[in-house]
Design a protein. Structure first.
Ligand code: SF4
Length: 454
């Protein structure tokens, strides 16, 4: 079982991207855990896409049973450590906590979850098997993001042989390459994935499954294929000059500082888009040394898709915001970007954005990061035989993740169009359980038939 590649420590990045929410001390964790009311209907659990039993894991922390607490988390969510750092808990578990709004603060569910998971990792804890039976069926997971990791772990814990195929050098998808380092360091993501590898999941990294021939080879070797391929290429700006090398995909900018060498950052940086990736890229540019960083968005503050707390955080990091602004073209001099020409935008009566004539202005910058969404990975999805797409997304049975071709299952961003890590984990686990139950039911039926003929 080959070990996973390691990300070398980078002291400068670690210092610049220090923890946004430092971990709880043991004393603080116990005090916080004892504030939980152990609600019978636990709205926090209902609000979690993976339905972690929140009062149960918190109660175990209060009683000093940290291993039991971590196992409760892992039973629902095998990526419980990264979700404790990356989840937008204000709009999930903590937002649903009954303490929220009663002149009291919500229970610090994320920090408690991280406390239990950190203790589990520090103690050398391993993921438990759910069945000691060794199954003969083999499953291939395509893509090594959270959906595939959760699917693979569920199947492996139930005795199935699983191989994950990943085109990049490292597994983890957004957890490793895309979540801001001050929330989830890439090395922490890899530590969590190491537990899945130790469980016996095979990782085949640097291998791109791209063509129908590639898929046919996998179909011959594996009983089921799980598509956890995420989204495709970033959408480009489509304005004159956007092929300049200093016009950079924001996700690539983030991936580079997290796992490779940070790109040199300019004095003044324009970030186009107003989702959470735009915010992460803008904050990263500030922390990497840009003096002036602005997010330019074509609509208003109320329309931005980034969470409100991310917006507030970006303002604290010193990021400026320009609303109702459309990029028009990129100006260069001597091979360097000098400005992004923009114009004010307005929305007409039918909701269409148009340029307000005579409002063009130059935003002085030397680097432009774009985060205006990603296209579906159609090149691959369209050659998956019998798999149906709806608006570029894989159509699945929500309860099982099965596609129109019973040999293919799918989950995560390629199904939901791009949601949170925890949504992908929920999809992957649900699909893994459905695949396992399908074969377990088949084996049971065969045994019953053999007994009847004996
Ligand atoms: Fe505890 Fe809040 Fe969940 Fe109630 S809603 S069980 S107080 S974390």
């Amino acid at each position: 079982m080959a070990s996973l590649p390691e990300i070398p420590e980078n002291a400068e990045i670690a210092e610049r991207f220090a923890d946004l929410h430092p971990p709880l001390t043991a004393q603080a964790a116990v005090i916080e855990a004892n504030r939980c009311l152990n609600c019978f209907d636990a709205p926090c659990t209902a609000a979690c896409p993976t339905h972690i039993d929140v009062p149960r894991f918190i109660g175990k922390i209060a009683r000093g049973n940290l291993r039991g607490s971590a196992l409760t988390i892992l039973d629902a969510n095998v990526l419980g450590a990264s979700c404790s750092r990356a989840c937008p808990v204000d709009v999930l578990c903590e937002g649903a906590c009954v303490m929220h709004g009663y002149h009291r603060e919500s229970i610090e569910i994320a920090l408690l979850q991280r406390f239990a998971m950190d203790a589990f990792h520090a103690s050398g804890g391993k993921l438990p098997r759910k069945s000691q039976t060794t199954r003969r069926e083999k499953v291939a997971c395509i893509g090594a993001g959270p959906a595939s990791l959760a699917c693979a772990a569920e199947l492996r814990q139930r005795g199935f042989a699983v191989t994950i195929f990943e085109r990049r050098a490292l597994p983890g998808g957004l957890n490793t390459y895309g979540v801001a380092e001050y929330k989830l360091p890439a090395r922490a993501s890899m530590k969590e994935i190491e537990l899945i590898r130790e469980l016996g999941v095979e990782f085949s990294t640097g291998v791109e499954i791209r063509t129908q021939r590639d898929l046919e080879d996998l179909e011959r070797e594996f009983d089921v294929l799980f598509l956890g391929v995420g989204l495709g290429p970033a959408r480009r700006l489509g304005i004159p000059g956007d092929d300049h090398p200093d016009v950079i995909d924001a996700l690539a900018f983030i991936a580079d500082y997290k796992t490779a060498t940070p790109r040199p950052v300019a004095e003044s940086v324009a970030v186009i888009g107003a989702g959470n990736t735009a915010i992460d890229a803008a904050n990263a540019a500030r922390r990497l040394g840009a003096a002036n960083v602005a997010i330019l968005y074509r609509r208003s503050r109320q329309d931005m898709s980034a969470f409100a707390f991310e917006y507030e955080h970006a303002k604290q990091e010193g990021v400026q915001f320009l609303w109702r602004v459309l990029p028009v073209c990129i100006h260069t001099s001597g091979g360097r970007i000098t400005a992004l020409e923009c114009a004010q935008a307005k929305v007409d009566a039918s909701g269409v954005l148009t340029v307000v004539p005579g409002t063009n202005f130059h935003f002085d910058c030397q680097q432009i990061l774009y985060a205006i969404g990603q296209s579906p990975l159609l090149e691959l999805l369209q050659v998956c035989r019998g798999v149906q797409l709806e608006h570029g997304r894989v159509a699945v049975d929500r309860a099982t993740g099965q596609t129109a071709n019973p040999k293919y299952y799918a989950g995560g961003d390629c199904v939901n169009g791009g949601r949170e890590v925890v949504d992908a984990v929920a999809d992957g686990k649900r699909a893994g359980a459905a695949i396992a139950e399908r074969f377990e039911r088949g084996a049971e039926a065969r045994r019953t038939a053999e007994a009847a003929h004996a």
